[in-house]
Design a protein around this ligand. Sequence first.
Ligand code: MN
Ligand code: MN
Length: 409
Amino acid sequence: MTEISRRSMIAAAGGAIMASPALAQPAAARAAPLPERGAKGADILGPTNDPRAAEEPFTLAPPATDHGTMPNLKWSFSDSHMRLEDGGWARQTTLRELPISKAMAGVNMRLKAGAVREMHWHKEAEWSYMIKGKARITAVDQDGRTFADDVGEGDLWYFPGGIPHSIQGLSADGIDGCEFLLVFDDGGFSEDSTFLLTDWLAHTPKDILAKNLGVPERALGKIPEKELYIFPGPTPGPLSADLMGGAGQIPKTFSHRMLAQEPIRTRSGRVRITDSTVFPASATIAAALVEVEPGGMRELHWHPNGDEWQYYLSGQGRMTVFGSESKARTFDYQAGDVGYVPYAMGHYIENTGDTTLTFLEMFKSPRYADISLNQWLALTPHPLVQAHTGLDPKQIDALPQTKAPVVPS
Ligand code: MN
Ligand code: MN
């Protein structure tokens, strides 16, 4: 392939991502790097996937600080199988796609206006971030208490394990339905093995159904013979018409406006943290929405309470994960990618693009927690820190005692 056709292919790939301007600014056209660093390495003589290599420059030519064998910590939803249905689609990133991700799994789903992710439940708790558009969600709990809400961009929902619920795309602001990210608190989750209302009805004897529902068997002629999963439904009316009474409203609301939270602001970014302290229903998933301006960096840190599942919403970034025993590996990410950091491993995420890098961090935990390297050093006796680092005492004194989750370039 000529250099020109290779570059134009990469540009075309970038152009395709441009289709969603509000979210995914792509990577400007990038040429594939060579696997060379100084005197080390050599060019590639055999076959190579240049567009893919261009997305992973630090995999092909890692920094000298990378070392050892680390598990894979990256998956792109573009490599996930798409389940196409009448009115939408779903694709998932679970431990089957990303084997290290045992603690959490993710599903990316699109519902056109009116399309329903059918009434269902599952063993795992479900946390969600609305990426674009609007949906109506409903649920009923074990005490007959009810929930219904309309959720839009940047809103969250959380359904505890076993609680039945539904999601339906709405038409609003010129957007035909919605697209969202679901995160489940078990990496073994599969979107294809949830408990579906129609699947159950199809596998229950008709006389039993008739007895249970208190209707004659002949009333059951329209029960689907197999699951609907995603299907076009009736366009819902105003939310007020869908607020069912029952035993009252669910006390801890299942929805949350994440963007309404005032962010932690630093010179080069913003961070919103949502855990059970501000969203009490979310008992098993804590999250942060992080925005990093060009050149800025989510500082060196780790989490004392579990694995981190990341979803990149816009821009491009680079993360090196330190895994003890001299192990470290660097990964490049862009919008639509999933990143993963195993429990306690140190990491940073640098904005390597020229647009805002936006990503979500999720944890299987009721509380968000991170340990900041800078804060740790600043709050440890400085002669001790100097003995480790050789830094000038004035530089150690200048380290921030309060966390700045995003540091400037
Ligand atoms: Mn669900
Ligand atoms: Mn982190």
